[in-house]
Design a protein around this ligand. Structure first.
Ligand SMILES: C[S@@+](CC[C@H](N)C(=O)[O-])C[C@H]1O[C@@H](n2cnc3c(N)ncnc32)[C@H](O)[C@@H]1O
Length: 223
């Protein structure tokens, strides 16, 4: 068996019971070192643990797929919910296996942020820059989201397109610098929050940060 498990936003209290059970019973655990670390105490001492890196992930996912084909019980860990900003890794996993893989949803950092900042999913678009390849179509999409008077919850591209870069890009493209912005770091752990306008969003944040850009004109339900 092989399954992808969303571990939630960090604190294991936010991991689903089904996810925790799968992790405890796994013979093989596969994930990035920081992600594996969040659920360390649930991993069986006898489990084989593979630490993925951006360089080794294709080979290590192939090793995991082989273990699954030999009948091992393999769990591949994803931060948050794998369906948000995790799809490229799901595709790599399925390529390695040669077939679709079941994915267990988790609680996303975006859900925690929406709850902290009281934004309604219906009026908010979730968007990630934490991906490989051309970011331009996603940048344009963010412009359209704000032009359509929707909120945006945005995962930055670690170090290359961080909140300050996103803010200056939006202002350059003609988006009002008055939009209210919140950046939250390390949600459910050592949480830190910053609040200001797009114009004021110039400082650096950690790689565990997520950004809310509020619409200028809230829809009636938000008033
Ligand atoms: C590859 S994306 C995965 C997102 C994940 N699938 C989710 O649903 O939350 C990883 C990025 O999400 C953001 N992130 C994930 N967990 C976070 C948290 N607890 N607090 C703040 N940002 C977080 C950070 O920007 C991090 O670099």
């Amino acid at each position: 068996m092989i399954i992808g498990v969303g571990i939630g936003p960090g604190d294991p209290d936010w991991l689903t019971q089904r996810g925790a059970k799968l992790i405890r019973e796994a013979e093989w655990i596969v994930g990035f070192r920081t992600v594996n670390g969040f659920v360390q105490e649930m991993i069986s001492e006898s489990a084989e643990v593979l630490h993925l890196t951006y360089k080794n992930q294709t080979e290590e996912l192939e090793r995991a797929a082989q273990a699954h084909q030999q009948g091992k019980n393999v769990v591949v860990l994803f931060m948050g919910d794998p369906h948000f900003s995790g799809f490229q890794m799901i595709e790599r996993l399925e390529r390695a296996c040669g077939h679709p893989v079941e994915i267990l949803p988790g609680i996303s950092a975006a859900q925690i942020l929406a709850s902290k900042t009281k934004v309604c999913f219906d009026e908010t678009t979730f968007l990630t820059f934490h991906r490989r390849g051309d970011l331009e179509p996603f940048k344009r999409h963010l412009l359209h989201v704000l032009e359509d008077q929707r909120n945006a919850i945005v995962i930055p591209h670690t170090w290359d397109f961080m909140p300050a870069g996103i803010a200056s890009y939006l202002i350059e493209q003609g988006i009002s610098s008055d939009h209210q912005v919140e950046v939250w770091e390390h949600l459910t752990a050592s949480e830190a929050a910053w609040q200001g306008t797009l114009a004021e969003c110039t400082q650096e944040f950690s790689d565990m940060s997520i950004m809310l850009i509020r619409t200028l004109q809230p829809m009636p339900s938000q008033v």
